[in-house]
Design a protein around this ligand. Sequence first.
Ligand code: DX5
Ligand code: ZN
Length: 222
Amino acid sequence: MDRKVKIAPSILSADLTNLGDAIRILNDAGADMVHLDVMDGNFVPNITFGPAFARQLKAISKIPFDTHLMINHPMRYAREFIEAGSDWLTFHVESEDNPTQTIKHIRDLGAKVGMAVNPCTPIEDLEPFISELDMVVIMTVNPGFGGQKCMNEHFSKISEVRRLAEKLGQDIEIEVDGGINEHNVAEVVKAGATIFVAGSAVFKGKRGPAGEIAALKAAAGI
Ligand code: DX5
Ligand code: ZN
């Protein structure tokens, strides 16, 4: 199956005093989604953005919002983030809420549903839910912070999920999140990833976000 590969820049690594500008740049720089990293200081040891924040940024965005909930109780906040404009909502299989109920809740609220797995979590934990999902997110860093080194040893999970989805005849998106750059993006695309997140590679590079996005897309062959 021929799938379009998409880039989802994470604004966690943008200049936080100028996030409006970051969104305006992404609007015209060839980004396919805005990746919004939501952390609760509990599921992960860091705190970031809430729904009011998402709503204001979404109001100036021309591209879909891909919200990544790194929080213990996704059921409790799903409605607020979807009403704030999250087109895609991802929660973690390791979070405390019931996965099937959470998936249904997100879908009933009208967003696409993603489930993320941490580096140390096996795909078997996520496997029972694959048929209910629009997207699987393979974490290649321990969630909590941008700018970490990619754990390449988890790339095999991408092809593992692709095989399972194909067995089900399912055209699922597979997103890879953590430490993706010009040097490893081709490998994740080859393994079957259809969306790659890039935070520091987009916002901390010398060529500026538009130049870095172009370079990443060229390296990914898209
Ligand atoms: C990690 C986040 C990622 C990350 C991406 O907790 O979920 O989205 O910040 O940033 P880079 O590309 O710098 O790893
Ligand atoms: Zn993320």
